[in-house]
Ligand binder design. Sequence first.
Ligand SMILES: NC(=O)c1ccc[n+]([C@@H]2O[C@H](COP(=O)([O-])OP(=O)(O)OC[C@H]3O[C@@H](n4cnc5c(N)ncnc54)[C@H](OP(=O)(O)O)[C@@H]3O)[C@@H](O)[C@H]2O)c1
Length: 278
Amino acid sequence: MLIGVLYKLAILGGGQMGEALLGGLIDAKWASPAEIVVAEIHEGRREQLAQRYGVRVTDDGAEAARQSETVLLAVKPQDMEAVLDSISRVVTEEHLVISIAAGIPIAHIEERLADRVAVVRIMPNSPALVREGVAALAAGSHANPRHVSHAEEILSKVGRTVRLPEKHLDAVTGLSGTGPAYVFFLAEMLIEAGVGVGLPRDVAAELTVQTLLGAARMLRETGKHPVELREMVTSPGGTTAAAMRVLERAGVRSAFLDAVRAATERSRELAAGNSGQR
Ligand SMILES: NC(=O)c1ccc[n+]([C@@H]2O[C@H](COP(=O)([O-])OP(=O)(O)OC[C@H]3O[C@@H](n4cnc5c(N)ncnc54)[C@H](OP(=O)(O)O)[C@@H]3O)[C@@H](O)[C@H]2O)c1
């Protein structure tokens, strides 16, 4: 336990993700508002968060980190250098540092902090905003299982979690990090298609969104393989068979394989740019 610690958690960066986690943690009673401090550079945003959640807010990230057990880095990747600089002298091996910044390798964070500081890197996704996120966690070289469980507990308040070695985080970025955009794109196309076959746009949107939600819940709740669920609704010579034939012929399957690969590669390139190798 750190001497003089006031807070369980400091969130550095009170943006979309910072707020999603803050809301999830307070709702789940993981901590009381008095046990969380948010460091954010915009005054208006600080006031908003203080009013909405009753947490302490500050513009001094270093002081917030010094006074907290766990430090969550939730600024944009391009702001990470400044944040790491500011906390490098106050964070000790008594702290746990959790980073959700895309593409910033653990080794890079560890290098910028004092020796033996525990770091856990997370790749979350945007449905965390509605507490249906999924996040992959990778442990740094000084993070023990207790640190990882602690990070997992925090992220579990806004969705599900998986543990993976850091080398897989680019693939996670390509699949679930970028994934919501694939689903939004699919929704956009289905709505257009619905309008194309004569439905009013609002009706097409309602049918599309509920179909995506219902199908996702069927996948999760039945635990069945997607092929099995698809076969359940595909009768010989029927409508689904006709539609699937068109999708396969158009190369949709290979387009998805290529898209996830492209996003994974791009994540790898961005991470290389952030590791001081360029
Ligand atoms: N949103 C997602 O879906 C998602 C998914 C996966 C990973 N992530 C990761 O989550 C992190 C946060 O993303 P976000 O979407 O929440 O970003 P965001 O909404 O821009 O939030 C970051 C906030 O931190 C502020 N800030 C910048 N420098 C600061 C400093 N030194 N001290 C305190 N606050 C500072 C920013 O101000 P300015 O606006 O002036 O910069 C902004 O208000 C990113 O690193 C991103 O890679 C996000």
